[in-house]
Design a protein around this ligand. Sequence first.
Ligand code: NAP
Length: 337
Amino acid sequence: MRAFVIEKYAHPSKIPLTQDAPAPTPEKDQVLVDVYSAGMNFFDILQAQGKYQTQPPFPFVLGTELAGRIAHDSPLPPGCPFKHGDRVFGAAQGAYGEKVAARWQQLTALPENMTFDQGAGLQVTWPTSYEGLAGRAELKPGEWLLVTASAGGVGIAAVQLGKLLGAKVIAAASTQEKLDIAVKYGGADYAVDYSKKDWQKEVLKITGGRGVDVVYDPVGMIRDCLKCAAWKCRLLVIGFAGGEIEKLPLNLVLLKGVTVMGVYWGGTTVKDPKRIPVVWKDLLELLSHDKIKPVVYNEVFPLERLADGLGALEKRKTWGKVIVRIRDEQTGAKAKL
Ligand SMILES: NC(=O)c1ccc[n+]([C@@H]2O[C@H](COP(=O)([O-])OP(=O)(O)OC[C@H]3O[C@@H](n4cnc5c(N)ncnc54)[C@H](OP(=O)(O)O)[C@@H]3O)[C@@H](O)[C@H]2O)c1
């Protein structure tokens, strides 16, 4: 099968696509999935270079987020709710290949109204944003929400969910193109370019001097955001896309009476597994009724150009979820892009 096989650590741009990789052998609670589309993540670039917290033994296939169909030659282990041909999305190491072995517990039926491209980016982004805003910050109708990196994978999900929860949403991003995306596909009420000096003054002006009630921050800008935080603001620490783990002077936390909360969806699956079906039940209901809509970057990459997609992601050029299409959605034939 065609797959992006890592035999030694290197940047993805230096790794050729393997045309004749062996199909994976499923373990006892695994099924074989024909991968149609897979989601790209920054950590794929790190894993290819041996710099990520999870490193499978060589050789391994890169990629973890996927959507596809249960393969017709797959075993169906006891308890597995799927049958051959079912459309699924989920996570498994090796998503950048024509077939992957996945634990069936890590897969979910893909809602009928969703394409494989949309489904391939669901597994991590949407539950992170939903848990952050609804579960942790308990965002309320009428409150002001500020989202940083608002056109990115988790950011645009947070903008959509913020609107759905009834908040007034201020989208922040580094370019006009990304701000337009946050308004067009996220439904943001206001857009602020945070590459400009003193951008927080604009946020304060928009909120009538009050500041925002909730901050959703995947970049590592909590300290900057405190300048436009309202009294008792809840600040959600989502990630450090900016590349640095920021340090926060606690006197600022005290003076503004704010609460800083960490959101770690991967940790929730281990520490609080009962929360997982609750979050997914709500999200699947919203997704299947088109109340929220995954946003796919306008260039969908074929497997041969995976490294170009990862390169664009790395260079901060993309928005929404960047997708690699491995098979054609309707026919199951390989995508010709
Ligand atoms: N806590 C969790 O459970 C969880 C779950 C998923 C993801 N995350 C984390 O959330 C972060 C964002 O993930 P994502 O999937 O939304 O990523 P993404 O789609 O690649 O978006 C990241 C955005 O961050 C902004 N950014 C600011 N400084 C940057 C820099 N130096 N390099 C690259 N991007 C920069 C960019 O937007 P602008 O150009 O507009 O600034 C970029 O579009 C990552 O750190 C990820 O690890 C956390």
